[in-house]
Structures are given as C-alpha cells and as structure tokens.
Design a protein around this ligand. Structure first.
Ligand code: FES
Ligand code: FES
Length: 162
C-alpha cells in the first residue's frame, strides 16, 4: 500500500491504496466523494472527469499514486457557498441533464473548456470540446445550449468586472 496525498476541493486529504488503484476509485472509495462517476473505467465515457492542477482529466486514466501531490477539484468543489457554479446553474435552467449520470463529467469538462476558450465558444467548438464525454440519454442538444449560455453569462461577468 502506498500513501497518496492530494489537495481536494481546497482541503488536504490523504489515504493509502494499492499502486494499481485508479484515481477515480481513490476519490470515490477512499475520499468518499461519489459525485465523480465511473461509467466505463477505460477512458471512453468522460463520466469521471475532474480537474487536476486546473485541467480536466479523466480520472480513470490516471493512477492515484501518479496524482499524489496534485490539486484536484471534483464536482463537489465547484459550487460556491450556497450557490451553483454558473455552468451548473445553466445545466439546471436549460435542462442539460436527464438521468444525470454523465452530468458531473460534462460540467467539469465544460468548466475547463470555458476557462480555456471562454468568450469564443460556438456550437461547433463546444461539440468538439465534448467529444470525450458520452451522454447515454443523448441529451446533447440541451447540454450544448447550457454551456453556450453559461459561457455568455460568464463573459458578461468578466466584462462587468473590468
Ligand atoms: Fe473514466 Fe469512463 S469512467 S472515461
Ligand atoms: Fe443521462 Fe447524460 S443525462 S447519461
């Protein structure tokens, strides 16, 4: 067993696991943060996306021991005190979820996309940005709509702050 230490959602957390343990299983089973989902375990579906050192990653594609020392944000750490992140709020408002299984991964991918390309997103670039995320309910139309709405709202917020 190897000790893994992470900063997760702003808090130092650690636990022991086997060297073969995937980061997604460490987050869910050792840290108890089950908002990050496991769909395929083989880097296909995107349900397990978290942010590692500020960038979205499929947490089933990394060993927990490889991630040790990094800063992780999960879906649980996205919202502010008592209010949803703008991307979460837009998913709610634009019906960007059906069963919700893909939603944490979709939201984490979308936030990274907006962080990188915010203000310039189009339907085409959002669809390209989501190519690693599968919605088995096929709710892509509203997911894309929600992300574009969140991008527009966040861009307005940035302009107001300038
Ligand atoms: Fe990681 Fe599907 S569980 S991509
Ligand atoms: Fe059901 Fe996407 S909302 S998998």
């Amino acid at each position: 067993m190897t000790k893994v230490t992470l900063t997760v959602n702003g808090r130092a957390m650690s636990g022991e696991c086997e060297d073969r343990t995937l980061l997604v299983h460490f987050i869910r089973e050792k840290l108890g943060l089950t908002g990050t989902h496991v769909g395929c375990d083989t880097t296909q579906c995107g349900a397990c996306v978290v942010h590692m050192d500020g960038h979205s990653v499929k947490s089933c594609s990394i060993l927990a021991v490889q991630a040790s020392g990094s800063t992780i944000t999960t879906i649980e750490g996205l919202a502010g005190q008592g209010e949803l992140h703008p991307v979460q709020a837009a998913f709610k408002e634009h019906h960007g979820l059906q069963c919700g299984f893909c939603t944490p991964g979709m939201v984490m991918t979308a936030v990274d996309l907006i962080n990188r390309e915010g203000g310039t997103l189009t339907e085409e670039t959002v669809r390209a940005g989501l190519e690693g995320n599968i919605c088995r309910c096929t709710g892509y139309h509203n997911i894309v709509k929600a992300i574009l709405a969140a991008d527009a709202e966040m861009a307005t917020g940035r302009q107001a702050a300038e």
